[in-house]
Design a protein around this ligand. Structure first.
Ligand code: ZN
Length: 203
């Protein structure tokens, strides 16, 4: 049975924290008690930063990366290679690839991958906007950098079919990443190398 708390306010706060991924009720209680020991101002700042982030954060109109502006800093950086686009599942993956410092091109964040088991189809992710971007004609190469999972493979295949008519060069990151690995957990050196050693898709 769950522990009884001496305060409903405490109970409610613990409940909210334990909704977060990876946070059980024990950890939630520890975090809440930690906040209770902080000054009012610090806690206000903490709460406000979360509210403000949720309210004001935007997604880049071009690549769907998270951004404070309509167009993200990567898409608006004139020094980046606008002819190459790296397709990733989520914004953590953008950060992971950026951390390798081996990639100078742009990104396209799908916001998920095709997963029939979870009811996620092609229309639930940012696929059409990728096709639109490639059809504009500036992009020469699309690098598929999805996780080496069945869902990743399915999505790669689907993208390849949707882009076939454009004639764009399609490559896939080298499988230095072992099968089943999530991109964001791959170390920088391995991920950097798998981008540099990418191979043509389907070969
Ligand atoms: Zn962008």
């Amino acid at each position: 049975m769950d522990q009884q708390y001496p305060s409903q306010l405490l109970e409610k706060a613990v409940q909210e924290f334990s909704k977060l991924p990876g946070i059980g009720r024990k950890t939630a209680l520890r975090l809440v008690l930690h906040l209770l020991r902080q000054g009012n101002e610090d806690v206000s700042e903490f709460a406000q930063s979360i509210e403000r982030m949720r309210r004001e954060v935007k997604y880049c109109r071009i690549c769907h990366n998270i951004s404070d502006t309509e167009i993200c800093p990567i898409c608006s950086d004139v020094h980046r290679d606008v002819h190459t686009v790296c397709v990733v599942e989520n914004i953590q993956d953008v950060m992971a690839v950026e951390n390798t410092q081996q990639y100078q091109g742009l990104y396209h964040v799908l916001g998920g991958i095709i997963s029939p088991m979870d009811g996620i189809g092609p229309n639930d992710i940012e696929l059409d906007s990728l096709v639109d971007r490639v059809e504009e004609g500036t992009i020469d190469e699309v690098i598929l950098a999805l996780s080496s999972t069945m869902e990743g493979d399915t999505t790669n295949f689907y993208i390849s079919r949707k882009l076939a008519h454009t004639g764009v060069k399609l490559s896939v990151i080298a499988r230095g990443i072992s099968v089943g690995d999530e991109l964001e957990y791959t170390d920088e050196v391995t991920l950097g190398r798998s981008i540099l050693n990418r191979t043509p898709f389907g070969k």
